[in-house]
Design a protein around this ligand. Sequence first.
Ligand code: C2G
Length: 130
Amino acid sequence: MKKIITFGTYDLFHIGHLNILKRAKALGDYLIVGISSDELNIKKGKKSVIPLEERVEIIKAIKYVDEIFIEDSLELKDEYIKKYNADLLVMGDDWKDKFNWVSCPVIYLDRTPNISTTQIKEYIHNKNYN
Ligand code: C2G
């Protein structure tokens, strides 16, 4: 059984998030998702709108996802990979080459164009809606 691992915050869950989970799962048989804690997001310079507990519930309900855990640190990537016996790390290409140091192969998939959490926040902030 080929195990895939991927990581993310998945704040204001959107089609780009769904696409990467679907494409990650299609590369193997079992998909494990590390969900960034609220503290890790603050370290990454982001503040999530949706709290961790709710992001967890949403990701758990996605049919492509087999298992989830909480990601507390970017530096622990290889520990998570070993703990969950992952065969392949999948990330979006905004992280291209950032995780080449881990012990399993890594694939960076193209991001879905024209959608991001930042864009949604800006859209609402600028009141571009009726
Ligand atoms: N993504 C995508 N297309 C978009 C937006 C996001 O493919 N239009 C992908 C990202 O490339 C990432 C995943 O969706 O692989 C989750 O994105 P974020 O929630 O923004 O995750 P991030 O905060 O970058 O956290 O350990 C690494 C991190 O925890 C990743």
